[in-house]
Design a protein around this ligand. Sequence first.
Ligand SMILES: NC(=O)c1ccc[n+]([C@@H]2O[C@H](COP(=O)([O-])OP(=O)(O)OC[C@H]3O[C@@H](n4cnc5c(N)ncnc54)[C@H](OP(=O)(O)O)[C@@H]3O)[C@@H](O)[C@H]2O)c1
Length: 334
Amino acid sequence: MKRILIIGGTRFVGRNLIEKLLPLDKYDITLFNRGKTNPDIFQEIKRIKGDRKKESDLRLLAAKDWDVVIDISGYWAEPLATQLSLQKGKVGRYIYVSTSSHYQFDPQNPHLIKEEEAIVSCSLEERKSEERKHYNQNKAECERILAQQEDLDYIILRPGLIIGKYDYTDRLYYWFHKAKTQEEILVANGGENFISFTNVEDLAEAIITAIEIDNKEKIFNCSSFNASISDFLTLIGKKLDKKINLVSATADFLTTNGVKQWSSLPLWLNGNFLTIDNSRIQSAFQMEFISLEKTVEDLIQFYSSEKKWAIPNPTPPALSRQEEIDLIAKISST
Ligand SMILES: NC(=O)c1ccc[n+]([C@@H]2O[C@H](COP(=O)([O-])OP(=O)(O)OC[C@H]3O[C@@H](n4cnc5c(N)ncnc54)[C@H](OP(=O)(O)O)[C@@H]3O)[C@@H](O)[C@H]2O)c1
């Protein structure tokens, strides 16, 4: 039985992964985390309690050999470099959940980005920083650190925007909740900017495939479909049998009125950023990705049964309902 170490595992991606891994009854799994996030779940799994930012805790990982390490919570370059030097020669395969927001997107040249294209650089200062604004630089640097390891068999998965069960950000749920509870919804640019979305179940399946796969490629974009917020809202309206009226605002109007991209209107980026090509993983992993329609159906089911359509609390915070009403009134009056 392969010994698998999962670094993280209890919030969103990891939780979905473990829910798929456990019934396979095929692997000897150990979790490494601080025991802070959802400490009561997966009590049946072996656990090493520790903080990946502390060298003394990382030594606990290095005390054992692992056939596979699945790193879901690798955000910062320096701790990863320390960890890999401590684990040198003790890991069979390292699977790293990266991102695709670290590509050097060019808004003037929108296209589906392939794995060979450039990712952002990371200065020494950014590498030493743990500020959220240096997330992309550090994810990119983590990939470079992995590639520099001699004789390490690694696979890097680059998801798009991850959505699905246990998504704690409420960024997509914000839009589902609006479709459920409102008729008029404020959207930017007709809600037509595209993003590559990754259904978390597809990502979990890709990680499981990566445990065993024998492939010469090491880096894989991993997205399920490309869609716009308007695509989502149209489908949600259809499934909920609800009339929805999108009130479109231009980027100029929104910016002038203090509406911030990504936060005030969740998932709004002024242009088609975060759009990736997933043909490499489709052919190498022989995966069939979950469709937008099935994702919407499953999420409506989850939000009805588990979340019970509670008021969303997106991170970062979005416009309040009153702010949205005021902006819609301003648009109607011009
Ligand atoms: N959300 C997106 O749209 C998106 C898009 C692209 C890529 N990603 C990537 O996908 C991953 C998603 O993460 P997730 O939250 O869903 O993963 P997760 O594995 O489900 O949860 C995060 C885990 O990390 C542990 N953890 C946090 N800080 C730690 C530390 N200092 N030392 C040890 N363990 C620590 C947490 O437990 P404790 O708190 O108990 O330690 C928790 O178990 C990230 O790598 C992110 O960069 C996300």
